[in-house]
Design a protein around this ligand. Structure first.
Ligand code: PEP
Ligand code: MG
Length: 582
C-alpha cells in the first residue's frame, strides 16, 4: 500500500505509532423503516429502554471515574446526562414514532440531525461545538438500539504487540476514558476543533491527538500502520520503513527527554552560575493547582479569573456571585499550600467576551476590555475585589490588574481596592491588609511609561501575548496576519529588555506571564535580559527549568546584549541559534 499523509489540527503533543483501530462508522447511518400502528407502543418502549440503558452506562462511568481523573471528565459526563434527560432528545423522538410511525433509530437520528443543525448555526464557537456532544449522546443510544454498544474492543496488548491508534468520525470524552485502561496510544478524528471537549480531554490525558482530519475515518483502513505527529497535526498512513524508523527515533528521544525531565522535579531552579530563578504557573481554574505543584511551581503567577465568568449554564447566575468567586479563589490558595497565588482581575472583551457584555466595539481588542470594562462596571468589579480580598485571609494572594495604560486608571483601581477593603473592615471580615497589587505590562504605552507604574504599584508582570499584539498592530486571533506575530521583532526585544531592566533598577519584582515565558527557545534570551520570574502553563515548567539549570548567565548576558544591538531579522535569528548552543 502506498503511503500518504493527512493534516489536521494538533491538539495534544507527542508521537504515537501503531495500527489503526477504526471505530464503527458514523452511527447516524441507520436503518429507516415504517412500523405498523399496533407496534407503535412497543417501538416507543424499545427507545425508552435504550435511553434508560445509556443513563445507567453514564452513571456507571461516573462512579468508576478514577480518583486522579481530570475534573473535566466528570463535568463532561454530567453534560451528556443533561442532554440525555432533555425532552428534546428523550420526548420528541417518542412523538415522532407515534405520529410518523418511524422506527426508533430513524426517529432518534432525525431529531439528532435537527438539533445538531440548529447548534451548528450558533455563532459562539464553544456552544457550536456542543453539537458534537448531542451527536455523541445520540450515537450511544443508537448503539444500544442496534446492539453495537461496547465501543472499544478489549485488546490485550502484550509485549511486542503494536499499539492501537483509534480513528473515528468523532469520539466522546466519556468514551475517551477507556483509553486509560487499554493500550491505545493516540487518536485521530474527522471532526473537532481546538475547543472541542474531546481535544481538551486528550490534552489533559496527555495522549498524542489530531482532530479535524477530514475523512480520516474513510481514508484510513482497519490495521493500517499510522504515525500521529501530535506536535505538527500530521498523520502518516502506511509509512515506509525509513519514515517509520525516523519517527521511532524521534519518539524514543521524546520519551527519554520526558523521563529525564521527571528527574529534575526536585532540583532547585538555579542557573549554573548560582542565580535562583522563580518558576510560576498560569492557571484557569483552581483545579489546575495540583498540576502546577507537580511541575514544581513556586506559586501561581497568573490565575486567569475570567474563565469563572464564561460558559455559565442556565442554572447559574449570569455573573458568579461573591460567594462563588470567594470559594474558587480560596480553593486555589489552599491548594497551593502557602505558595503565592497571583489572581488577575477580570480580563474580558476582545477574544474573550462573556454574555454579560452587551455591546461589541468595532475593534474589540482596542475597546472596552479588561480593566477598562471593570472600571465601567464598578459594582461588578467591587464584588470580585471583595471575593479576592476575603480569600487572602487563607494564604498569600497578589492582585494583578490587566491592560492598564493610564495613571488615572491605576488611581481609580487603587481607590476601588481601598473601597472594597473598607467594606470588609466594616463587616469585620478578615483579609490581608498588605495585599500586593501589580500591573500587567501589556500595552506598549505602559512599557514606555514605567515610572507611573513603579511609583504606584508593588509588582509588574509582562503579558507578551498582548504586548506583541499591540506593539506590532497584529490581531492575535487573526490567522491572516499570524505570520507577522514575531516575538523577536527588535521593537519587542527593546520593550522587553527596557521593562525588565527598569523594574530591576527600581527593585520592583517583575515576571513574564505571556506564552514567551513557557517557550524554551526564549528562556535564555529572557534570562539574559535579567528576568528572574517566569510564569507559564504547568506542562512547560520542567522543560523551562531544564533550560535554566543548563544556562550560565556569565556568558548569556553579554550574548544577549549583542542581540539587543542587532536590528536585522536574519542576524537576530542566527544569534538566537548561537545562544541556544553556548
Ligand atoms: C498576555 O497578554 O500575555 C497574557 C498573559 O494575558 P492573556 O493571554 O490572558 O491576554
Ligand atoms: Mg493579555
Amino acid at each position: 500500500m502506498t503511503s500518504f499523509t493527512l493534516h489536521g489540527i494538533p491538539v495534544s503533543r507527542g508521537i504515537a505509532i501503531g495500527r489503526a483501530h477504526i471505530l464503527s462508522p458514523a452511527a447516524l447511518d441507520v436503518q429507516h423503516y415504517l412500523i405498523a400502528a399496533d407496534q407503535v407502543e412497543s417501538e416507543v418502549a424499545r427507545l425508552q429502554s435504550a435511553i434508560a440503558t445509556v443513563h445507567t452506562e453514564l452513571q456507571t462511568l461516573w462512579s468508576e471515574l478514577p480518583k486522579d481523573a481530570p475534573a473535566e471528565l466528570g463535568a463532561f459526563i454530567d453534560v451528556h446526562v443533561l442532554i440525555l434527560s432533555d425532552p428534546m432528545l428523550s420526548d420528541i423522538p417518542l412523538d415522532i414514532i407515534r405520529t410518523r410511525h418511524y422506527n426508533a433509530e430513524w426517529a432518534l437520528a432525525t431529531q439528532i440531525e435537527e438539533l445538531s443543525a440548529q447548534f451548528s448555526e450558533i455563532e459562539d464557537a464553544y456552544l457550536r461545538e456542543r453539537s458534537a456532544d448531542i451527536e455523541q449522546v445520540g450515537e450511544r443510544v443508537l448503539k444500544v438500539l442496534t446492539g453495537t454498544a461496547n465501543l472499544l474492543p478489549n485488546v490485550d496488548v502484550g509485549e511486542g504487540t503494536p499499539a492501537m491508534i483509534v480513528v473515528a468520525h468523532d469520539i466522546s470524552p466519556a468514551d475517551m476514558l477507556q483509553f486509560r485502561d487499554r493500550a491505545f496510544s493516540g487518536f485521530v478524528t474527522d471532526l473537532g476543533g481546538q475547543n472541542s471537549h474531546t481535544a481538551i480531554v486528550a490534552r489533559s490525558l496527555d495522549i498524542p491527538a489530531t482532530v479535524g482530519v477530514s475523512h480520516a475515518s474513510e481514508l484510513i483502513k482497519q490495521n493500517d500502520w499510522l504515525i500521529i505527529d501530535g506536535d505538527a497535526g500530521v498523520i502518516v498512513v502506511a509509512p515506509s520503513t525509513l519514515v517509520l524508523e525516523q519517527y521511532r527515533e524521534k519518539q524514543a528521544k521524546q520519551v527519554k527527554d520526558r523521563k529525564k525531565l521527571g528527574k529534575i522535579k526536585k532540583t532547585p531552579s538555579v542557573t549554573i552560575d548560582g542565580t535562583p530563578v522563580t518558576l510560576l504557573a498560569n492557571i484557569e481554574f483552581p483545579d489546575d493547582c495540583p498540576q502546577a505543584l507537580d511541575g514544581g511551581a513556586h506559586g501561581v503567577g497568573l490565575f486567569r479569573s475570567e474563565f469563572l465568568f464564561m460558559n455559565r449554564t442556565e442554572a447559574q447566575t449570569q455573573l458568579p456571585s461573591e460567594e462563588e468567586q470567594f470559594a474558587s479563589y480560596k480553593k486555589a490558595v489552599i491548594a497551593m499550600k502557602g505558595r503565592p497565588v497571583t489572581i488577575r482581575t477580570l480580563d474580558i472583551g476582545a477574544d474573550k467576551p462573556i454574555d454579560f457584555m452587551e455591546h461589541t466595539s468595532l475593534n474589540p481588542a482596542l475597546g472596552l476590555r479588561a480593566i477598562r470594562f471593570c472600571l465601567a462596571e464598578p459594582q461588578m468589579f467591587l464584588t470580585q475585589l471583595r471575593a479576592i480580598l476575603r480569600a487572602s485571609a487563607f494564604g498569600p494572594i497578589k492582585l494583578l490588574i490587566p491592560m492598564l495604560a493610564h495613571a488615572s486608571e491605576i488611581d481609580q483601581t487603587l481607590a476601588l481596592i481601598e473601597q472594597a477593603k473598607k467594606q470588609l473592615r466594616n463587616q469585620k471580615i478578615k483579609f490581608d491588609e498588605e495585599i500586593p497589587v501589580g500591573a500587567m505590562i501589556e500595552i506598549p504605552a505602559a512599557a514606555l511609561a514605567l515610572p507611573l507604574f513603579i511609583k504606584r504599584l508593588d509588582f509588574l508582570s509582562i503579558g507578551t501575548n498582548d504586548l506583541i499584539q499591540y506593539a506590532l498592530a497584529i490581531d492575535r486571533v487573526d490567522h491572516e496576519v499570524a505570520h507577522l506575530y514575531n516575538p523577536l521583532h527588535p521593537a519587542i526585544l527593546f520593550l522587553l529588555s527596557h521593562t525588565i531592566a527598569t523594574a530591576a533598577k527600581a527593585e520592583v519584582p517583575i515576571s513574564v506571564c505571556g506564552e514567551m515565558a513557557g517557550d524554551i527557545k526564549m528562556t535564555r534570551l529572557l534570562l539574559g535580559m535579567g528576568l528572574r520570574e517566569f510564569s507559564m502553563h504547568p506542562a512547560q515548567l520542567l522543560s523551562v527549568k531544564n533550560e535554566i539549570i543548563n544556562s550560565d548567565l556569565t556568558v548569556i548576558e553579554p550574548a544577549t546584549r549583542k542581540i539587543l544591538r542587532t536590528y536585522e531579522p536574519k542576524a537576530i535569528v542566527d544569534a538566537m541559534e548561537k545562544l541556544q548552543q553556548i
